[in-house]
Design a protein around this ligand. Sequence first.
Ligand code: GLU
Length: 319
Amino acid sequence: MARRGRFAPTPSGLLHIGNAFAAAAAWLQMRQSGGEIALRMEDIDKARARPAFAEQILDDLRWLGLDWDEGPREGGPHAPYVQSRREAMYEEALEQLKEEGRLYPCYCSRSDLASLASAPHGLASEGAAYPGFCRGLTAEERKIKAADKTPSQRFVMPEGAIAFEDGWLGPQLFEGAALGDFVVKRADGMFSYQLAVTVDDATMGITDVLRGADLLDSTPRQLALYRALGLKAPEFAHLPLLADADGVRLSKRDKSLTLASLREGGVAPERLLGLLAAMAGWIDRPEPVELRELVPLFAPVRGQRLVFGKDLRSWLFKQ
Ligand code: GLU
């Protein structure tokens, strides 16, 4: 069976070079192993997703030299490749979890949870672990709370170790309960990233998930969902995030580092790829390269951060 990878951009902003690194790595992993790639637009958060960003992201990825076998414009055997059109599948999974007693209604508001401390390492994809306030409510208490509030639905994280072998970072060990019960459907009806991405990767037959290390602690949560839903989990690997010299993550907010602005500023895609490849260690020093030249050179990149310092920045912008 062919391996299947994916890239899953969120159209709530423009792609920045960190996203480009993740997309290029997922592409290289599949092209090196003769696998297939699907592109899935993760527009589940309707309040933040914009169709114009989705279009721009597809164009930016093409500009970089990426192609994909299945996607929103191309279609494919697992269509639709747009999360906002896959809600019936998420609802079905939610029902299954509910029937199996794996969910409970949560009436906590954002302000109830605001004072909880976030994980110290700064890589927490879910924010602070939920301490389980609503888990033990009696039926009577739920009835009273339900009278003036629509609840969110939380998934009960199992007790005990969740271990997995990260293809790039090596053995990983998490304590399930310490991650906290997480929301699978919000009070406003929106399905969570964790549920949507698990259902999608499973139903799209994805065998290899390669994504940024910011999502490392989402993996044990998703593994718990795979188990609860009786689905086969893919292999996971997490690639280092790009950070500046002070260790601050390059974020979407740094407008000069979006693909759109690099392109407008006349930076060639080969130059951006050469920069990323040098940071990853696929080539010895930055020099312009095409994506296909990197196929035989692609290899795992270890660690959780790569430093994008001033020297690299000035090389990138040198005409
Ligand atoms: N949509 C997510 C993002 O843009 C990626 C999800 C994933 O790769 O699992 O950060």
